[in-house]
Write a protein that binds this ligand. Sequence first.
Ligand SMILES: [Zn+2]
Length: 296
Amino acid sequence: MQFDDDADLDTSEVKDVRNSRVPGGRATVGGGIIGLIALVLGVLFGVGPDQLGLTDGGDEPVATSSSAAQVNQACKKGSDANTREDCRIVAVVNSLQDFWRSEYARRGGAYGNAATVMFTQRVGTACGSATSAVGPFYCPGDRQVYLDLGFFEELRTKFGSSGGPFAQAYVVAHEYGHHIQNLMGTLERAQDGRTGANSNAVRVELQADCYAGVWARHATTTPDDRTGRPLLTRLTDADIQDGLDAAAAVGDDRIQERFQGRVTPENWTHGSAAQRQQWFHQGYRTGDMARCNTFR
Ligand SMILES: [Zn+2]
């Protein structure tokens, strides 16, 4: 996975709050209902509500990571994305939105931007206050993707993914898939409160995987708004394999096997490892979001 060294990164699409203190969040107290919505819509993998870590706020200070320079200082060029993890996420967000903007334009629609918020430990959102324990998520209420980069370490150590730069890109692309669903009105289908292998929740998640694949297919040929050249210049088979491996690692059956010792499809929220791989690959193979109808 390689970015154009000379491209300018657009850091306005990423809000870096890793060094800021988060206020208690009492203004967004929503209790269990808002927490549940965040669970259904956003969480990348199926942790139970008791592990969710969503909170109605508190006043304890949030520990900060002090050393990291903010992305708007550190991430200027594609070359930065080729060397720094946080800058790579900026470039992935830029590439994703380049693609979806052009895809919407091609279809005669208007794409609305979604920022990615990089945080540590806890963050306040329109969907309630959340901790890093929920994993990366999309909040439809404020149309933002929330990401603690520490998750990528967990993806390897806790979930057994091979990792790799494109594994991270897949995770971010999945969350932007939810943004597309929000714009299209399909995201709310997940909100019927049901789980299970055939639930709408699982269908929405698999569609987000498919949309991630659609982007991956077009990423190296979509011109960047600023340069007219693709921001992502190289994506290898090994990169795609990293993405598929990450998709499998967060499959419900894998997670259940790993953390509860048995597989219970009636509790699935995101789909099995095989399904997640299959739908990412479907998007990647066809490059056509119309082929991502997981509701059929
Ligand atoms: Zn998801």
